[in-house]
Design a protein. Structure first.
Length: 134
């Protein structure tokens, strides 16, 4: 793992949350995006080397909607940048971690992503992400 890539925060209303984080961080989001495969709308903020992803559910079947219903708004996941996501998934599986995704999928912000189940990481959902190289 190279570094923490971003923190994902589940929010009920992306527009309202964007206003709060613009005031908090002093910057506007550098990107907003819909990820239909995950049924979410996202926005990304960057301050120095740190990034925050806000996630809003677009359907009641979204994992974000289910998370908010169960836990309320708040930190949803920690994302780590990896050099080779396939290699990292294999390594984590061999170490006994429970994977949500056996193979990566296209995520937001031009990344391949896969998740490690919070049952095997003391209650924290871990996202692995690798930049998609054209």
């Amino acid at each position: 793992m190279k570094k923490i890539e971003h923190l994902g925060i589940a929010v009920k209303n992306l527009n309202t949350a964007n206003v709060v984080y613009e005031k908090l961080l002093g910057v506007k989001p550098y990107k907003t995006e819909s990820v239909t495969s995950e049924s979410v709308n996202t926005s990304f903020f960057k301050v120095a080397d740190s990034k925050i992803e806000l996630l809003e559910a677009t359907t009641p079947h979204s994992a974000i909607h289910k998370f908010i219903t169960k836990n309320g708004e708040g930190i949803h996941h920690i994302a780590f940048e990896v050099e080779d996501i396939l290699e990292e998934l294999s390594r984590l599986k061999s170490e006994g971690f429970q994977l949500v995704n056996e193979s990566p999928k296209k995520g937001a912000d031009n990344k391949l992503v896969a998740f490690v189940h919070p049952k095997s990481t003391h209650g924290v959902l871990i996202e692995l992400c690798q930049e998609i190289k054209d």
